[in-house]
Every structure is written in C-alpha cells, then in structure tokens.
Design a protein. Structure first.
Lengths: 666, 291
C-alpha cells in the first residue's frame, strides 16, 4: 500500500475562482491510498513547499500529488521540494488544474468535477511510479560559438575569460558581422569600428579561442555535454600560416567585382578581404570568379607572383574537421528584407533608392565613397533625402507582421549623420510611429528633430517614381490628413530585419525549433530567453529576434553565463525518464531506430541476435520509439504502460465496473 | 481559339472604337470571340457601392449566361467589367453558401465553371508574342508608346491575374512585338480617378494631369490603354488639365486593340481612330507613311 499525499493549490483565484476547492478536497480524501489531503493558496511559495515537506514527515508519505499548474511550470520546483524531504524526486505527479481546467472552463460545477477526475488520474499513476536515479555524464568543457558578429564575439570572449576553451565558427572570411559595416551607432554616436575592432583583435589573440573563419557547421550529433560537430573549412586558397596580410596580392589582381560587403556600391578583387580591418587579415580567393579557376590553371596567377611569402595555394582543398563540444551558442544573426518586393518603390530599379545598410556603407569613412553621401546615379550630393521606415516591417501584405525594432533609431541616426555631412541637406522621415524605447533613445530622436531639423511625416509612402534625376515620393500625412509629395534626390529604405534565409536548415542540423519567420525559438520568452529548448544549445543576438547592439551584447553575455554554468561541474545530471529496451522481447525490427528524432537508438547484438539499444545520454524520453514498438519491448521510465493505462482508466472506474469490464492490467 | 466575349455597356456606347478594333484585330490572331448571349450590365462601380448582393448578382447573371452556352472563358476588355466579373466569380466560387444565395437572387444555377480573363492577358499568354508578331504587316517602327494599365487591371493582386501588380510589363511586350517602342515610365498603374468623373471632377483633372505629364516626361508619342474609363478621362480632359495646370498636351490615347489593328494593316476609320478627341493623325504620319 502506497501512502499518497494530495496538495491542492488555489493559485490565488486562478484555480479557486473556478474550481470549488472544498468539494475537491472532500473527494480527494475518499480516493484509495490517499492518506493526507491539504490545500494552499500558493503551493509553489516557500510556505507552501514547507507544508509539503512537513506533511511528508508527519504522515510518512511515500508519494506526492500536487494539483496546481502545468508540470512545465513547476514540476522541477516540487521535485526538489520532495527530494529535500527525503523522497525520490520522481515519486511526484502533477494534476494540471490551471491550464487544463480552471483557465479553460467557466462552469464551476463542471470544472470542479473535472478537477476531481484529474486528481484521481494523478493518484492512479503516482501509486505505480518507481524511484528513478538521474544519469551522470562527463562534460566536454569546450564551447562552440556559431557566428562571428558582435554577439558571437562577445559570447566567445566571455566564455574564454571564465577559463574555458571556445571554437568560434564564422562562414564569411572575416568576423565582425553587420556591426563592422556600420558607421556610427545610436544613441551615443560611437564609431562602430572603434568599439568593435579591438574586440575582433582580442578574439584573434585569445589563447582559449580557436577562430575558424570561412567555415560552416555541417553536422551535429550527440547531446548536451557531448556534442560531436563536423565543420567544413572552405578552401581559402591562401596559406593562413605563411600569409603576412601585406595585401600585395590584392593590388595585383586584375579582376574588379561588385563588393558584397559594400552591397554593390563598391568594388573588390577576386582575391580580397571584405574590408581593410578584417580579422583574420588573410585574404581569400573567390573561386567562382578568379581566372585560374574559370579559365585555366596557366591563366593570370598575378597574385601568386606578387606574394612575397609564397602563401597563395590554388590547390588547397576544403578541410573537414570534427570536434567535441559541451555546449553550443548560436549567434548567426540576421539578414535584411529584400526591397524588391516593393514594386511601388521601384522594386530595386532606381539607382537613387538605396537601403539603409547601403547608406551606412556610404557614410562610413572606410566605405566605397570614402564617407561621402552621394546619389549613386550621378555622384552628386543630394539635397532632399527621404527616409522610409517600415519597409517590410509591420506590413502583413509583405509577410512581416512584426516590428524590426531598430529602424526608428538608426533612421534618426542616419538623418543626423546626413545633416552633419551635408549641412545644406534636408531629411524627411516617413514613419508609422517612432519607437524609441531604450536608454537615451527618445532624447536622441528629439535631438534629431529639434537640433538637426529632420522632418517627420507620420504616414506610409505609397509610391516612388523617377522624374528626370529626381525621385517623386508620394505618401500620406495621416496627422494632417492630406496626401504629400516630396521631390527627393535620394531615398533610403529602412528594410526589415529578417532571419537568415538558411536558418531552417541550421535549425534542423542543431535540432532546435524556429518560429514562422525563421527566428530561433527561446525556451521561455521571459525566464529562459537565451536558451533553446534543446539542452546545451543557447541563443545570442539577432538570430532569435531583431535586436540592437546593446541587446545583442547582453544576450551574448547571458548565453555565455549559461555555458559556464554547465561547465562548472565535471558531470552533468541527465533526465532519467528515458526509453529502455527489453532485449529479450525485442524482435530486432528496428522500427524504433527509424523514428527516433535524436538518433539515440543503435543496433546491438545480444547472443548473435539483432536488437535495439538506447544511448542514455542522447535519449530525450519523447516516447516515439515506444509508440512504434510492436513487441512492447520499449519501456518509458516514468511513463510505463501500466502507469499510463491506470491513469487513463481512473475516471472511468465506475463505468468499467458497471459494464463488468476488467480494469486494464496493472 | 474560341472565347466568350463580354463587351459591357461601354464598348457598345462611349468606347465603340474599342469594340470595333477588337473585332477587327482578333481574327488575325485566330481568336474567335462569341458575344455572351443576352448579356447585361455588370454593375461596375455604382453597383457595389449600393449593395454587395446586387453587385454579385449582376455579375453572376452574366457568368451564368456564358456557362449556359459552354463559353468556359470570358474575355472582358473593359477594366471595370473585368474586375467586377472576376471578383464576383472568385467570391462565389470560394463560398458555397454565398453562391447558393446569389443563385436564388438570379434565379439560375451558376456552378462556377467559367474563367474571367482580360484581353491583354489572353493575347500575351494564349496567343503569344510570336503569333502577334507574325500577324504584323505594318510594323509600328519609331513610335513610342506609354502603356497605361490603370488601377483596376492589376488590382487587387489576389483577384487580378497580371504579371506584376506595381510594374506590369505584358502590354509593353505586346507593343514591342508590333515593332513599336514601349517607354519606361512612372504612372503605369496610377489611378485616373474614373469613379470621381462626375462627383469630383477636379480630382480627376489633377490625376489626369499627372499621368499625362509623366508620359510627356518619358517622351511618349501616345498612351496605350485597355480601359474605356481611362480612355475617356485621358482623351477628354487634356484641355481641362491645360487650363488648370498650364501644360500643353496633345497626346493621342489609343486602345491596345487599335494599335494591334494598325500594325495588322487595318484602316484608320474601321478601327474607330477618327472617334478620338485628340486626333492620332499626326502621330500616325510619323510612324506609318501610308495613313
């Protein structure tokens, strides 16, 4: 005979407002093997937990049912609670009276009936629970950081400073990310490069950090504490060790191509560094363009002749390496919405309609125009510049309902920079409204309006077209209620922050969820914002949602702390509620191996018979294998068939008796 | 190729030349047009301002007439007819309850087995540019046309079936196949203000002025249209626009079917070119010595 205690929670009025607690307590007392019942206004509170502990001792309870909220919310809380009172933490069952009952019902009588049934089901299961012991695994104390933007850089540096090894993987030839493309940063107008490049150098010289640029992750196996990762180092065609970064090769390359880094506003060579301060400073050969690869091995080779260090290596091949990591920080950043979707703004055809990032490159002293703001069509200085906010953002018709968060601020900053560079110019800003939530943000926008004379027009732009060398921008002023028309020399579109186009593929490799817009999902929006639901994989920066630099740095630091927390102990306690194969019953069909989403099942030989076997460290206890097993050879610990059947049958006990149907075997 | 043909009220009255030129040019392209028997007004813009049910019923009645006579595709050259018929067709097809309600009003059993398409779209997709090109006997060399689609042909994008809602290109391609030069211009899909023609004519004059101005900026000889309402406004209001905004215009407004007919060697009067207020005579002298 078990000795079960039932603890019914009011959750303030959340449960007690809809469920009649007194009736529930009465009913619970009548359930077989229940020896103690009590209620509490907030069972999760310190006093609530104390009274559970006290009851366990006083009534010699060996099983506990907490009838409160979802186990997602507080299962861990109550497991710890009963453990500290000397019980095995897995001898707990929760009846969800809140999410599954009081929150979704209005009728008090019916909700109370249901609450009683839910408790009956929980008791039926808890009676059959068995103690479980967490599995202990060693932790590989090396972290993988994916993405070398400001978030990835910050996370790598923070983890390294705590004394752990880090591998930073970046797919471009340099780290730095979008922040390295920017000129100044809002609201302080710090020079972006001045605050970023020292950090980039720090990464390069940090002994704890292995920097792999021009590299991509291809495969991730294993689980928290022991990820096995395959990384492809793409052929750079330049020897990283021999190269001194002198740049002679770049000088001599005869090919001029549009620069991706400058978004088509400038040119680069076929052997190139995206920008002069690139880290590492070793150039890379674009094999799709270089004559040696497009026209034949004997062609050109100007860079090879120019290189004083003999570092050019046309024969270099991709290198595939494998590493073990204990944790992964995903900091793969964002991409920008393609303004081609806006046919009404010219769909990318007008040379003088540019994106905000193009403006950023233009105004940057190290950019393609040397910091001069010009009309790309004729090189002249613009006078009237129209900034259009929310190009893509908050526009359901274009598929992006969300706010990109940073555009109001960087548009204000760009209007300020425009005035500083060209005092005769005038900025017009079309906006839906101004979202300037952040330290000193509102003040900054006010300054741009009052001191720099930017004219804000509340309303959307309906159409942009060329008239001679001018652009006619038509829109509405919704405050004045009139249509407006601005004759502009340059138009800057604040294009929406979108996820990386291949984020779903990366999510599949990492086995982490992502939302409908391709942003990676956090485990909890408020309390676990930098963790993915997959244990050991953390999120930093704009791969999770649009973020400005302070937010990216903050989430990177938070993710780094989570990694260090994992690495602080030598062993990791893993959830014991996992699958177990009974080798004697297993027929060796291996259907389970096919369906396991975590690749946790492998084939084994027992007495020359083929059977399935589960890796304890990888199994997540999802139960898919148990569901497909035809011989019922797979047991889910904590969710065994007898436990589940008795739980299902509990509310129908009387009906089953009446029908003279035997209760399922327990 | 056999198609149902829904001329609509305008093509039997103010836009007679649109009708004439369609009937003349289509046979050169193996397009057989069968006028929908006993058709009635589609309701156009006044209908749906008064009552949704009336607007749907008027359109569905005509679609039913087509269906009953096995005309599986109906060409509506008027942009307003096209928009109304196509919208109504989509609405009743997607909502079975609405379909039976409207059928009760009409007193017939329309089942939705009719496609509504625009002449330009049929010319481009079904006939094809090469077929159009080979029907040309007098290429329109040296003529620069601003193709004007107006606001209704491409909108709303979920109903209309054109190549691009903001920057459509298929009429330009057809004009190109006739040997002429389509100009790149800004006001292809701007509204001419048609529905305000009577109630707020000053708005129409302003919009017309902008469209004409844009065509002039693009150095177009003429504006090619595919909508009787656009035609009336652009053709008739050039002097009003001049009086109000001070720019001189003398831009002939031609229907796409007239332009096709010209390239096929059809006669000036037969195509109804003499019916326009802004005479295209001088223009045609420039391109076609024979006129």
């Amino acid at each position: 005979m078990a000795r079960v205690g039932v603890f019914v929670c009011w959750c303030g009025s959340n449960i007690a407002g809809t469920v009649d607690i007194e009736t529930v307590l009465e009913a619970a007392r009548r359930i077989a093997e229940v020896v103690h019942v009590e209620d509490n206004k907030y069972t999760c509170s310190e006093s609530g937990q104390q009274s559970i502990k006290k009851a366990i001792k006083e009534h010699d309870l060996d099983r506990v049912v907490v009838a409160s909220c979802s186990p997602l919310m507080h299962e861990v809380t109550f497991r710890r609670c009963i453990e500290s009172a000397g019980l095995n933490p897995y001898l707990l069952e929760m009846a969800n009276l809140r999410e599954h009952c009081s929150w979704v019902h209005r009728n008090r009588g019916e909700a109370t009936d249901k609450a009683i049934k839910l408790i009956g089901m929980a008791v039926a299961k808890v009676r059959r629970l068995e103690p479980l012991i967490p599995i202990r695994m060693p932790v590989e104390k090396r972290a993988l950081v994916l993405g070398g933007g400001i978030a990835g850089i910050q996370a790598a540096l923070d983890i390294s400073k705590a004394g752990y090894l880090v591998t930073l993987v970046e797919r471009l030839p340099t780290i730095g990310g979008h922040m390295a493309q920017l000129d100044k940063t809002f609201p302080t107008l710090d020079c972006s490069a001045c605050i970023l490049t020292p950090k980039m150098g720090e990464v390069l010289h940090d002994e704890n950090i292995e920097l792999l640029t021009y590299s991509e992750v291809e495969e991730v196996r294993g689980w928290v504490g022991n990820f096995e990762v395959q990384i492809r180092k793409k052929a750079r065609s330049v020897d990283m060790v021999k190269c001194t970064g002198c740049g002679e090769c770049i000088e001599k390359c005869p090919l001029k191509l549009p620069s991706e880094w400058d978004l088509g506003l400038g040119l680069r060579k076929a052997i190139y560094r995206p920008f002069p301060q690139a880290v590492p400073g070793v150039p890379v050969i674009d094999r799709e363009q270089c004559f040696v690869f497009t026209k034949g091995k004997e062609k050109c080779r100007a860079c090879e002749r120019a290189c004083p260090a003999d570092a050019i290596d046309f024969e270099q091949e991709d290198e595939v390496i494998k590493r073990r990591f204990g944790a992964i920080v995903v900091a793969t950043g964002f991409s920008l919405f393609d303004e081609k979707a806006y046919g009404e703004y010219g769909g990318g055809q007008y040379k003088d309609v540019i994106s905000a990032l193009q403006f950023e490159r233009m105004v940057n002293a190290a950019g393609p125009t040397g910091g001069h703001i010009i009309k790309p069509s004729n090189g002249r200085e613009p006078r009237n510049v129209v900034f259009v906010q929310c190009v893509g953002s908050r526009d359901r018709a274009k598929g992006i309902p969300y706010c990109s968060k940073i555009c109001c601020m960087y548009t204000a900053k760009q209007a300020l920079l425009l005035k500083e560079h060209l005092p005769e110019s005038q900025a017009y800003i079309f906006c839906i409204d101004i979202r300037a939530g952040g330290k000193n943000y509102e003040e900054f926008v006010n300054r741009v309006q009052s001191e720099y004379g930017a004219i804000y027009i509340r309303g959307r732009v309906s159409r942009i077209y060329e008239r001679g060398d001018k652009l006619i921008v038509k829109g509405t002023d919704t405050l004045a209620g009139i249509p407006v028309e601005v004759e502009a020399d340059l138009v800057v579109l604040a294009t929406a922050i979108a996820s990386q186009s291949d984020s779903p593929q990366l999510a599949r490799i990492l086995r982490i969820p992502y939302d409908e817009h391709g942003f990676f999902s956090e485990a909890h929006p408020k309390l676990r914002p930098v963790e993915s639901v997959t244990r050991g994989i953390f999120l930093a920066g704009a791969c999770q949602s649009p973020k400005d630099i302070p937010d990216s740095v903050a989430t990177a630091g938070a993710a780094a702390v989570r990694v260090c927390e994992l690495f602080a102990s030598d062993e990791l306690a893993l959830e014991p509620a996992i699958a177990l194969v009974d080798a004697e019953r297993c027929s060796g069909c291996l259907n389970c191996l096919e369906v396991c989403p975590f690749e946790a099942i492998r084939e084994e030989r027992v007495d020359s018979r083929r059977v399935a076997s589960v890796s304890e460290s990888i199994c997540q206890g999802c139960g898919t294998c148990a569901a497909v097993c035809r011989s019922e050879a797979i047991t889910m610990k904590g969710f065994t068939s007898p436990q589940l059947y008795s739980q299902i049958a509990a509310p129908f006990e009387e009906i089953l008796k009446e029908l003279e149907v035997e209760m399922p075997s327990c | 190729m056999r198609y149902g043909y829904f001329p609509g009220c305008a093509l039997h009255s103010t836009a007679k030349e649109f009708d004439l030129s369609i009937r003349l040019s289509c046979p050169h392209l193996d397009l057989e047009l069968v006028e929908v028997p006993d058709w009635s007004c589609c309701g156009a813009s006044p209908g749906h301002m008064i009552s949704e049910e009336l607007a749907l019923a008027l359109s569905v009645r005509n679609l039913y007439q087509a269906e009953r006579h096995d005309l599986t595709t109906v060409i509506a050259p008027c942009a307003a007819c096209y928009s109304r018929l196509k919208s109504a067709n989509k609405e009743v097809r997607e909502d079975a309850r609405l379909m039976s309600r409207i059928n009760r009003v009409v007193g017939e059993e329309f089942t939705g087995k009719v496609e509504v398409r625009h002449l330009i779209e049929v010319l481009y997709k079904d006939v094809g540019l090469s077929r159009i090109e080979s029907s040309v006997t007098k290429p329109l060399k040296g003529m620069k046309f601003a193709c004007y689609y107006g606001c209704l042909l491409t909108r709303p994008p979920k109903v209309a079936d054109f190549d691009d809602v903001e920057n459509p290109i298929i009429m330009d391609r057809i004009v190109e196949a006739l040997g002429a030069e389509p100009v790149s211009w800004s006001h292809k899909t701007e509204c001419c203000g048609a529905s305000f023609a009577i109630s707020r004519p000053e708005i129409v004059v302003r919009l017309v002025d902008e469209i004409l101005k844009a065509a002039q900026f693009a150095a177009a000889d003429s504006i090619v249209v595919a909508c009787p309402l656009c035609h009336v406004n652009l053709d008739m209001r050039q002097s009003q626009a001049r009086n109000k905004y001070g720019r001189n215009y003398n831009i002939p407004i031609l229907y796409i079917s007239q332009v096709i007919g010209l390239a096929q060697g059809e006669a000036y009067k037969a195509l109804g070119l003499d019916k326009h207020l802004v005479s295209p005579k001088d223009l045609l002298k420039k391109g076609l010595a024979s006129f």
